[in-house]
Design a protein around this ligand. Sequence first.
Ligand code: ZN
Length: 359
Amino acid sequence: MIGKSAQPVTKISECMTRKAELRSFIERMPKAELHIHFDSIDSEVLLKVADRNNLSLPFQTIQEAVEWHNFRDLDEFLHKWSLTVEVMLTEEDYYDAAYHLGKDMERQNIVRREAMFTYQAVHAHRVPLEVMMSGLEQARRAIRKDFNRELCFIADIDRTSSPESGIELVESIIPYADRVGIVGIGYDCQELGYPANRHRRAFELARANGFFLSAHCGEEYDSGPAGVWDIIQQMNPDRIDHGNQSIRDANLVRHLSESQIPLTLCPLSNVCINVYDDISEHPAIKLRDEGVFVTINSDDPPFMYDLVENFYKLATAFELSRTEIYDLARNGINASYAAYNQKQKYLKELDDWFFDELE
Ligand SMILES: [Zn+2]
């Protein structure tokens, strides 16, 4: 009897060891993250900032914050997302939020992060752009010095804003691009009913001023492959943010495979907003198998899961090998907006680490 009951226990412990080893591999692997929203601010930072500004939040402790960040659907998520950021008022607040992203890069071994912010949607009514930019600039410098990691930014145009407001946003960002490390202009918020051609002039202005371009599209079922085609035709993007619905259109999958426009997929985010019931239904690996340039990202960690968890859950659900995980991390670096030399440096760091792991 003792022998029979001991065997399953051994198997369980072997399984747990394998899982722990996989998680550790993913945590230690040098990674880039290209799709994460600065505006989804860590709860610890929010509590500190709210206290400093004598403002209240819908939660008082980290434990309450964890529970409060649960949501039923995209509408509730967007409501909560815009609510938390309301406590941000000063340069110091923005510094703290951005510096926390750097600390988190250290924790997950993210060598480069390109974080999006949507100034029009959640900051403009409360804080002058200069206040926000000064905080981000100082945090970016401190992160380089303290962690030797690169935090860059992407300024998203709110799709629902007027064409004039989109142009104004790009014009206002131009003077900060170098100082704050704003490398791209993105396109975000409500997709359905707000096609890309409304902001074509803003995209052209962004291009003319050396910004890379990307857009959220093809995320939910209803926006579908048509949302991705719209962006490809109207924006000629350097990357597509999400784009998971592309899998439903064979012509689009072929086009993405031939053009090699990278997708910044966020698998667990799609599960959290109920696009898929389970990560095993996510098309990331199918798209990769069709030759599409796929990268893995988190989206909004305080509401969802971090980058390590996205890699881990995907690797577990699809039984990915260490080499497949490494290839996905390589894609992340290759699809980043880093300058050529910098990119080679990141790739070498990843390659050296991976080949050491194999020995
Ligand atoms: Zn996003």
